[in-house]
Design a protein. Structure first.
Length: 188
């Protein structure tokens, strides 16, 4: 006998219908984005630290001094190379922020938003990679209940990410794939 749909799932499905979005596509996008979140976030943080170190090695004891050097004294080619890297870094950081924003919007959902957010955070967004059984244990949920709620959380996240951020994220990803190393760390 098929399981009865929860009130929250019915609401989420209705939002998908209203926006003419396919449930399978929304789930697929949510899973791809979230499965890559840890790596993108880590790579962005690492690249920011590397960039700061490189810029301060240009002969200044501060980031500001290095930027003054690039602006006033560096050759055009060197300045352009750093500008491209800084632009790429900021675009990566924007993508991480878009994912964070969609997750925070999930948290605000009236039915189980807090639980959905915790599931997403523990399953995909924390530094440590928790197994589903560990997430169930931390949230005090039975596995079947967890998987049902996680599916709802992924659908809601995917819907919000697509609605709020996907057009800009796709543009960033398209630009990034034409540049240096970021495309490898974020392949959606």
């Amino acid at each position: 006998m098929p399981e009865e749909k929860t009130k929250a799932l019915k609401e989420i499905e209705q939002m998908l219908v209203n926006r003419k979005l396919n449930e399978k596509d929304v789930l697929e996008i949510a899973q791809k984005v979230l499965k890559n979140y840890r790596r993108i976030s880590w790579a962005t943080e690492l690249r920011a630290k590397d960039m700061e170190r490189e810029l301060t090695e240009l002969g200044s004891d501060s980031l500001y001094g290095a930027l003054v050097y690039l602006t006033d004294f560096a050759r055009d080619r060197e300045r352009e190379w750093y500008e491209n890297r800084v632009t790429s870094l900021f675009e990566s950081a924007m993508l991480v922020q878009m994912i964070d924003d969609a997750a925070i919007a999930v948290k605000a959902f009236p039915d189980h938003g807090e639980i959905y957010y915790e599931m997403l955070k523990l399953s995909y967004m924390s530094r440590f990679r928790y197994k589903s059984t560990e997430v169930c244990e931390q949230l005090g949920m039975a596995r079947t209940h967890f998987y049902r709620r996680r599916r709802e959380a992924l659908l809601l996240f995917g819907l919000l990410f697509m609605e709020q951020s996907l057009p800009m994220a796709q543009e960033l990803l398209n630009r990034q794939s034409e540049t240096d190393d970021w495309a490898d760390a974020s392949s959606f």
